[in-house]
Ligand binder design. Structure first.
Ligand SMILES: Cc1ncc(COP(=O)(O)O)c(C=O)c1O
Length: 393
């Protein structure tokens, strides 16, 4: 008989009932060090007092009114995002997938309204992940995500990751945009080199294309800048955000320049819940922490420490780990052992990591983890590697 929860996940046999900082507790009192943050979501850790306060204060006043009316918390969060980014305007969603939907619509509408309705095609890259909606799976294009779900939304051209020559050759009269994650998450923590992001920006400028960045996983302080593209010194035309911006509350956003958003006039897009008072109250509290230069400096310091520990781990256990990847606190360990075995062995040592493609385990800890947490993470990963080398789970 089919389970009452649709069985689309291979779940670990773990059930958490409480969290604090970088720690999760099970019903029977086991404490797990969380290096997954619910897949890069709990940017400020579990039960951060400022987020608990923002949510409970708002919950006592007003939960929902719809976008038929002005929502002051939404306005405040949009103002913060505009102040701290390239963007002139923001649309709020509830997830990364919804942000992808709007990013694609916005790009196509832009060219439609500019009198070039034939420009609908979006260039994307292998290993990418943009969500599970029809646009999201068509954008990523992998067989794993698309098989059985056809006919797929047309208008995506898939290139190999890092194939800059391919990008220039792929551009035609139909091309509207390039869509890329500055650091691939699901694809195995693969960072696009700064020079390549710069080159993509230049190609977009040369050909009049829009550059869409998917910062759903790598944004909101995760790489040590508020947004990952800042390392490359470029700006996109459209950017997808979600995960960390809500700190655990379902919240996403599409940020855009005035020009790129020019087609999105009243009536062209909408969302019942997007930008609701609860989500935006939490989002404001997240931004108040993450957009702070001292907070980001700490993320970078801790990222340096974490990376150093992980490099040591790879050197100590070359039979289990191959290399450290990533940027800031968006780190990956490319494994020699099967990554799923490493993640599973982590559970035995009360350690949460997240698998990714390319035989990688992802380390996406809360940005607030402490130096002691980092030392403990190293101890537990070392114990995991030792047990795997000895042939134990
Ligand atoms: C880069 C990227 N884009 C989009 C998504 C989809 O986001 P959501 O699961 O919130 O719909 C994800 C989720 O993992 C992601 O990592």
């Amino acid at each position: 008989m089919i389970p009452s929860v649709l069985p689309t996940y291979n779940r670990a046999p773990l059930e958490f009932v409480e969290g604090a900082g970088a720690w999760l507790t099970t019903a029977d009192g086991r404490r797990f060090l969380d290096l997954g943050s619910g897949i890069a979501v709990n940017a400020l850790g579990h039960a951060h007092p400022a987020l608990v306060e923002a949510l409970t204060n708002q919950a006592q006043k007003l939960w929902h009114v719809s976008n038929l009316y002005y929502i002051p918390q939404q306005q405040a969060l949009a103002d913060k995002l505009v102040e701290h980014s390239f963007a002139d305007t923001v649309f709020f969603t509830n997830s990364g997938t919804e942000s992808c939907e709007l990013a694609v619509k916005m790009a196509r509408k832009y060219f439609h309204d500019k009198g070039q309705p034939e420009r609908v095609e979006i260039i994307t890259f292998d290993g990418s992940f943009h969500g599970r909606s029809s646009a999201g799976i068509a954008a990523a294009g992998s067989e794993k995500m698309t098989k059985g779900f056809g006919p797929l939304l047309p208008g995506f051209k898939h290139l190999m990751f890092g194939d800059l020559d391919g990008v220039t050759n792929a551009i035609t009269e139909q091309t509207a945009a390039i869509l890329i994650e500055p650091v691939q998450g699901e694809g195995g923590i693969r960072a696009v080199p700064d020079a390549e992001l710069k080159a993509l920006r230049a190609i977009c400028d040369e050909h009049g294309l829009l550059l869409i960045l998917d910062e759903v996983q790598c944004g909101v302080g995760r790489t040590g800048k508020l947004f990952a593209h800042e390392w490359a010194g470029i700006t996109p035309d459209i950017m997808m955000v979600a995960k960390g911006i809500g700190g655990g509350f379902p919240l996403g956003a599409v940020l855009a320049t005035e020009e790129a958003a020019s087609g999105m006039t009243a009536g062209t897009h909408g969302s019942t819940y997007g930008g609701n008072p609860l989500g935006c109250a939490v989002g404001c509290a997240v931004m108040d922490h993450v957009a702070d230069a001292a907070f980001l400096a700490e993320v970078n310091r801790k990222a340096g420490l974490m990376r150093q520990k992980l490099e040591g781990l790879v050197a100590d256990h070359p039979e289990v780990f191959e290399e450290v990847r990533g940027a800031g606190l968006m780190l990956g360990l490319k494994c020699k052992a099967a990554n799923l075995d490493v993640v599973k062995a982590g559970y035995e040592h009360e350690l949460i990591t997240v698998p990714a493609a390319d035989n990688v385990i992802r380390l996406l800890p809360p940005l607030t983890l402490t130096d002691d947490d980092i030392a403990e993470a190293h101890r537990r990963l070392d114990a995991v590697a030792t047990s795997l080398s000895a042939g134990n789970p």
